[in-house]
Write a protein that binds this ligand. Structure first.
Ligand SMILES: [Cu+2]
Length: 138
């Protein structure tokens, strides 16, 4: 999230019909600007995923990850490894939601423990954040 002056944020709100962004994003930008909030608030955090963190599921066909901000596709990645740390082949899919990453599994997953690792780069400020979570295939 770029820091914007309060006056430019106010202009954005008053001209919301011409603003390219949804109102909630614009309003959030205005609030952050008024509070002088830390840029750390704007990093793309993982907000939801399927399979869910620590879930036990039947073999999934896809992975879905949702973030708090739109992603810079070129620099954002997701990978999967099995319990032995070996990479599992994924095919990144085109996500309609700019804040989501979707990947298809090239082959059905055998029962076991898997770890998803992600790198999310915010398209807004270029900040990079990484994380991982696990799920189990029954
Ligand atoms: Cu940021």
């Amino acid at each position: 999230m770029r820091r914007v002056s309060a006056s430019s944020a106010n202009r954005k709100i008053s001209s919301m019909y011409s603003a390219p962004r949804p109102l909630c994003t614009t309003a959030a930008a205005a609030i952050l600007a008024l509070l002088g909030a830390s840029q750390a608030w704007a990093h793309a955090r993982l907000t939801a995923c399927d399979p869910a963190t620590n879930a036990t599921v039947s073999a999934p066909r896809t992975l879905h990850l949702e973030f708090s901000e739109a992603l810079a596709r070129k620099f954002s990645t997701v990978s999967l490894s099995d319990a032995g740390g070996h990479p599992v082949a994924l095919a990144l899919l085109d996500s309609k939601d700019a804040r989501a990453m979707d990947a298809a599994l090239r082959a059905p997953l055998a029962p076991g423990h898997y770890t998803v690792s992600w790198t999310a780069v915010s398209s807004d400020d270029g900040h990079r954040k990484t994380g991982s979570y696990s799920f189990t295939v029954r």
